[in-house]
Design a protein around this ligand. Sequence first.
Ligand SMILES: Cc1cc2nc3c(=O)[nH]c(=O)nc-3n(C[C@H](O)[C@H](O)[C@H](O)COP(=O)(O)OP(=O)(O)OC[C@H]3O[C@@H](n4cnc5c(N)ncnc54)[C@H](O)[C@@H]3O)c2cc1C
Ligand code: FES
Length: 506
Amino acid sequence: MPSNPEPFWRETVSLPTFPKLQQDLETDAVVVGGGITGITAAYLLAKEGVKVVLLEADVLLNGTTGHTTAKVTAQHDLIYDELLQHIGEEKTKKYYEANDQALSFIREYAGGISCDYSNQDAWIYTNENKNITKLESEYKAYVKLGIECAMEDSIPFDVPVKRAIIMKNQGQFHPLAYLADMTEKLKEMGVAIYEHTVAVDAEVLGDGAKVRTRDGFSVKAKHVLSCSHYPFYDGNGFYFTRMYAERSYVLGIKTDNPYPGGMYFSADTPSRSIRSTPMDGGDLILLGGESHKTGQGFDTKKHYEELELFGKVHLGLKETVYKWSAQDLITLDKIPYIGPVTKNKPAILAATGYRKWGMTNGTAAAMMLRDLVLERENPHQEVFCPSRFIADPSIKTFLVQNADVAGHLISGKLDFGSRKKISELREDEGALVTHQGQKAAAYKDTQGCVHLVDSTCTHLGCEVEWNSGERSWDCPCHGSRFTIDGEVMEGPADKPLEKLNPDEAQ
Ligand SMILES: Cc1cc2nc3c(=O)[nH]c(=O)nc-3n(C[C@H](O)[C@H](O)[C@H](O)COP(=O)(O)OP(=O)(O)OC[C@H]3O[C@@H](n4cnc5c(N)ncnc54)[C@H](O)[C@@H]3O)c2cc1C
Ligand code: FES
């Protein structure tokens, strides 16, 4: 399968490799997922003397953490004014504090290692009249919550701006250099790490739990921590009805203009994210944006072109050196789900739904998971608990998201519109085709070989869409992704798309 475009982070750090799990094990805590949440949780637990096994389906740090832009900030787009209105001041303060403490943890850890950490102000700006009031309300929320902040009417770029608010003294880093160092510490502390080991199920056993792997092995533990981005085990928590996946795109660019410092995010549509990172004695500027629900974008190459256009017009883009994309999960009320996967399964914990702010949210999650395992009080747990009461605005989001899914389920089945024939595919083109009277998903590779799979998502039966940028089949309903040969790249689906034979009569 053609690989994703490599992000800057993976090319500039070397990571150790680990074996596949090939035996049954028993331990104190089994962590599933080697991204920022899993690695940080394993580190915090091992430091407390807990015996930890970490299972990773692919290789460490190749998930969303390997494709992030790694702003380390409690400024999460516009959120504090909304949270104040919906969950009140006390809980909103806890959301902020959890993320601020995560920032402090990262800053302190990063201070002792080499990972390009620097303190930066985080800016959010708008050029749209309708968003000015929103920014001003957000600014008032910062003041109410005691957040160090400022308000401006420009940003230090040639970008038209009517209002900007600044959260002072946030940070940025090289996420993989940071987590590679933590991985070395895991090895030193005796954490058993296994790569290419897919967890397929979990079950409660007495007062503990057990994880089963695709290869037929199991790990018994007092606690199972699902840090697999989309929870690998749902436990009837129906997470797919309570979260949706959104993709975003990132360019690593060189510009003619000196970088003024700071991290920027626009509150307008389409949103833009700007930060810099050191590269070869200069700056590589990371320009992100073009978010859309997974499986519902237009031709994905166009998203990169839009970002390049913005870079040329506003930032003096000279050369695009990197491009990549990834997705993150968004919960109904915008607050992550961190805690027991369901109320009645306290031995199986989950952490997910960071809304593209997982550097601090993922670190805060690791701290909460550690405290749950150690049965310690954590002041932030109640705000993030997955079984929290769903407030009014999230019921509205629930209805909108699920109506959207229902729309895709119905239209996917009813769409008998004109479709390409396999013989009409150009090289390196993917499309939905008709094969033996059924909709199917076909990709013709650069050697002329056709890869044909059933286009019905194995999760709940929506029809997948072609993602030309990453050469994958993406499901518009809950964000599952599949390779050109149907293998699962991202859940909630856990079974591959059925392979079809392109040589059979069409
Ligand atoms: C384009 C983009 C830019 C972003 N920029 C920022 C930013 O500037 N600042 C910020 O704070 N956040 C940002 N985020 C969000 C942040 O990157 C994510 O929230 C965070 O990395 C998620 O971490 P994670 O550990 O939950 O998941 P991941 O990093 O995806 O790790 C999960 C791991 O679990 C493994 N896994 C999955 N299923 C199984 C299984 N069944 N068995 C075993 N292993 C399994 C996966 O292979 C993966 O390695 C951004 C996100 C995107 C998409
Ligand atoms: S991800 Fe749910 S139907 Fe495809």
